[in-house]
Design a protein around this ligand. Structure first.
Ligand code: RP5
Length: 162
């Protein structure tokens, strides 16, 4: 089994349909990850202890998604020096603007690299995690290169006739 290099945490099971997009990308690239539901507000102690233990376990990047008053990514970042990527969940009340602002507006010194709201953000968090890992991993770098080329080929193959 591949070592766990990335963790995906979310504030509620209701975030899973969005956060699983990050998991699909990591799976496709064969990178080891684990998924946990942890809440900054509902399980604050467990969240802090989990984040504190990540580095010693060999984890390199944490992806954290939450919605509404979305403190999760910030709390994880407060308890580890690993890079933390935040995903704001799309919400019904404010279309995810609440999650976005809660995740992105961290005080200086405790960064959360915040991605786009929703599934697109979750996907890109995984790609950004892969780019971080690729700094020290030639295999992942080559895989990313191949992926970029494939994407370019798809665009170039589009023929538009009006
Ligand atoms: C946040 O509250 C979670 O991340 C979720 O997006 C939102 C709603 O949670 P549930 O009421 O669905 O558990 O903490």
């Amino acid at each position: 089994m591949n070592p766990i290099l990335v963790v995906i945490v979310m504030g509620s099971e209701s975030d899973l349909p969005t956060m699983s997009e990050a998991a699909f990308v990591l799976k496709e690239f064969g990178v080891g990850f684990e998924v946990r539901v942890l809440s900054a507000h509902r399980t604050p102690q467990e969240t802090a202890a989990y984040a504190e233990g990540l580095e010693a376990r060999g984890v390199k990047v944490a992806i954290a998604g939450a919605g509404g008053a979305a403190a999760l990514a910030g709390v994880v970042a407060a308890h580890t020096l690993l890079p933390v990527l935040g995903i704001p969940m799309e919400t019904t009340a404010l279309n995810g603007m609440d999650s976005l602002l809660s995740t992105v507006q961290m005080p200086p010194g405790v960064p959360v690299g915040t991605l786009a709201i929703g599934k697109g953000g979750a996907k890109n968090a995984a790609f950004l995690a892969l780019r971080i890992l690729a700094l020290h991993d030639e295999k992942i770098k080559n895989q990313l290169q191949a992926y970029q080329l494939k994407q370019a080929e798809k665009i170039k193959a589009i023929k538009v006739s009006l």
